[in-house]
Design a binder for this molecule. Structure first.
Ligand code: NAD
Ligand code: GLY
Length: 386
């Protein structure tokens, strides 16, 4: 299979990078890195976790050593709760003890947790060194590895401490998805549906078509099917292209923008998603699963405000039925959910901004002042309790 590329050229930061998507690419990751790092790059720190490194680490390490790099490995603990300031400090100490210079680079091998933490550490170590992303979850391939948001969770909230630090390149090997647990795949597909819903009918139908053609429950057996691999790579390519288009247009998520190409639209489904994660102590839902409910809720709200048609709500419901099943929500206290909505104000200002839909591919940003509380409550009951 031929590799596919998405080129990202950010004018503001005068920075250009490429996302390479293909099959069985890890074996040549060292020569790929050689071609995207400065000629002076000698030392490489691979950041990963034990689970991922056990499956893919040695292939990557050998490839980097064969390409002439001196390779060090730092394994963080696995899980969202370790995307914190303590891990960040340990990562910085590791880079410093190995005496990486400003020519050298950090490689993130893993999902969004590894990617966000590695990106943050590389953005502040010596005021910023090169950083390459090798994402291994569907969510990190189509979303977190592209666009330069880095960060950690803290007592102030999730992802509230971080930087914008674009990677120097991204390598997506679709074969790594073969070992991804089913729920992680479901979570990734919820984010893919989110991109489809806010981008255009083409990406929405491509995502829905993929989910119709390939049953999530059977995906592990599908990696021997060339057609599946081609379609999966095409879908990831289309998803990354959409994310790149938004990032190019609004790299730093301008707080004042409320147009349909603002980076804020990527938060579609996230207000309820974040609230559900918060009220369940970040333990019950995978992030993407909570976003799945957030999409259904935003659709229900849009329908009640008469801006989205019944058929389009049905299309969104139908496609989310194919992602592999979302966790039960009937026992969740709706009052707590409503209280937790205010959490998103921290990033958007005094008033909550809802990302709603006036059609597939037509996101609109609506202030909470324009939405009656009764409609919010009815929509919550409809989506979480029926
Ligand atoms: P994750 O990084 O926690 O990975 C999920 C699980 O899958 C982990 O247990 C991991 O060890 C395991 N895993 C990863 N790849 C595997 C593979 N190929 N085979 C087997 N197991 C594998 O979760 P995620 O969904 O990738 O990322 C979620 C994080 O991404 C959150 O912290 C979220 O805030 C962040 N995020 C960031 C951005 C951004 O723009 N920076 C965007 C979206 C999400
Ligand atoms: N995942 C949201 C963003 O990158 O802006």
């Amino acid at each position: 299979m031929k590799t596919k590329n998405v080129e990202i050229s950010l004018s503001q930061a005068a920075h250009r990078y490429s996302v390479e998507i293909g099959y069985d690419l890890l074996r040549n990751s060292g020569s790929w890195a050689k071609s995207c790092l400065s000629p002076g790059a000698q030392k490489i720190v691979i950041i990963s976790n034990a689970k991922i490194f056990k499956i893919y680490g040695e292939t990557v390490r050998k490839s980097f050593e064969n390409a002439g790099f001196e390779v060090f490995v730092w394994l963080m603990k696995d899980g969202e709760k370790y995307k914190n300031l303590r891990s960040f400090e340990t990562a910085l100490a590791f880079l410093s003890e190995r005496k990486l210079t400003r020519n050298d680079a950090v490689i993130a091998l893993g999902g969004g947790v590894v990617g966000d933490l590695s990106g943050f550490a590389s953005s502040v170590y010596l005021r910023g060194i090169a950083f390459l992303q090798i994402p291994t979850t569907l969510l990190s391939m189509i979303d977190s590895s592209v666009g330069g948001k880095t960060g950690v969770n803290s007592s102030f909230g999730k992802n509230l401490i971080g930087t914008f630090h674009q990677p120097n390149a991204v390598l997506i090997d679709v074969l790594t998805l073969k070992t991804l647990p089913r729920r992680e795949l479901t979570a990734g597909f919820c984010e893919a549906v989110k991109h489809g819903a806010i981008s255009n009918e083409g990406l929405f139908h491509q995502t829905a078509g993929f989910l119709n053609n390939y049953k999530i429950e059977k995906y592990k057996t599908l990696f021997s099917n060339q057609g599946f691999i081609e379609n999966l790579s095409d879908l990831i390519h289309a998803q990354v292209s959409f994310k790149a288009e938004i990032v190019l247009n609004d790299e730093r998520e301008d707080i004042n923008r409320i147009d349909s190409k603002s980076r804020k639209i990527l938060n579609f489904g996230h207000t309820l998603g974040h609230a559900l994660e918060k009220v369940t102590g970040y333990k019950y839902f995978k992030h993407g699963e909570a976003v799945g409910y957030g999409i259904l809720f935003a659709a229900a709200l849009s329908k009640k405000l008469d801006i989205l048609s019944k058929n389009e709500v049905k299309s969104l419901n139908d496609v989310l039925c194919k992602v592999g099943g979302l966790p039960e929500t009937r026992n969740i206290d709706l009052k707590e959910v409503v209280e937790a909505f205010s959490f998103d104000k921290k990033t958007t200002g005094k008033t909550l901004q809802w990302i709603l839909l006036s059609g597939i591919g037509k996101p609109v940003i609506v202030s909470s002042r324009e939405i009656p509380q009764s409609i919010i409550e009815e929509s919550l009951i409809e989506v979480l309790q029926k």
